[in-house]
Design a protein around this ligand. Structure first.
Ligand SMILES: Nc1nc2c(ncn2[C@@H]2O[C@H](COP(=O)(O)OP(=O)(O)OP(=O)(O)O)[C@@H](O)[C@H]2O)c(=O)[nH]1
Ligand SMILES: [Mg+2]
Length: 220
């Protein structure tokens, strides 16, 4: 009973800080996306491949969340966009307070699209609102087509599902149609894009989705 109350207090406090982050971002005209997936599904690879396309139309900034190391921030920073690394020190997700402190360290005047790479985990990140405008979930075909049903919350909370590593389809057992169908059973409004960060196939569709999303978010 006591433990449940602590969990609820934490989540209430997180929601309050997330609302502050959302206001803070809106005040600076920044649209924010939260990228979530299991470890290794390709979040950093997608950032590295897509940011050069996105940078033609948006001023991109990145928050990198990792349990340890700064390797992802270094990979993304090498493209030349502002990056702030959060090392959670063992915590399995980003929370709104971590993003709040990152927002105070980034130059928000020079950004209009903020991409947040969450810690690799199919469970915990879905429970923490960061103040983002939308959640983008990645599922790579090497993880198995049963994941939507096994980890429904993350699929339910996402606006866009990226099915990544489609270059591996000839080598793995993954039923794309089943993954699409079962994801939409969980979230009927889910947009789905298939792509490969290795070959670049589908990256243009991802960049177009972001353009349309940013336009809609701005006109609200
Ligand atoms: N074949 C193939 N490999 C990919 C693709 N996308 C990413 N990878 C590889 O998958 C591995 C993990 O990719 P990352 O981009 O580091 O994945 P991540 O989701 O950022 O991982 P964490 O930050 O650890 O959660 C790397 O070895 C990538 O080169 C893809 O489309 N096809
Ligand atoms: Mg990464």
């Amino acid at each position: 009973m006591h433990e449940i109350r602590i969990g609820e207090d934490l989540r209430d406090r997180n929601r309050e800080i997330a609302a502050e982050n959302r206001e803070h971002l809106r005040a600076h005209g920044i649209v924010a996306l939260n990228l979530m997936s299991a470890p290794g599904a390709g979040k950093t690879s997608l950032l590295v491949r897509a940011i050069p396309l996105l940078s033609k139309r948006h001023a991109v900034g990145v928050i990198e969340g990792d349990i340890q190391t700064t390797t992802d921030a270094e990979r993304v920073g090498a493209i030349g966009v502002p990056v702030y690394q959060i090392q959670t020190g063992g915590v399995c997700h980003l929370d709104a307070a971590m993003v709040h402190s990152a927002l105070h360290r980034l130059d928000l005047e020079s950004i209009d699209l903020l991409l947040i790479e969450n810690v690799g985990n199919l469970v915990c990140p879905a429970e923490f609102d960061l103040g983002e405008d939308a959640r983008v979930m990645l599922l790579s075909v090497s993880e198995g087509d049963d994941k939507p049903k096994k980890y429904p919350l993350m699929f339910h909370e996402a606006q866009l599902l990226v099915l990544n590593k489609i270059d591996l389809l000839p080598h793995v057992t993954f039923d794309l149609e089943k993954a699409r169908r079962e994801s939409r059973e969980i979230q009927p409004r889910l947009d789905i894009i298939e792509l490969s960060c290795a070959t670049g196939e589908g990256l243009d569709r991802f960049a177009d989705w972001i353009d349309r999303f940013v336009e809609r978010a701005r006109s609200r």
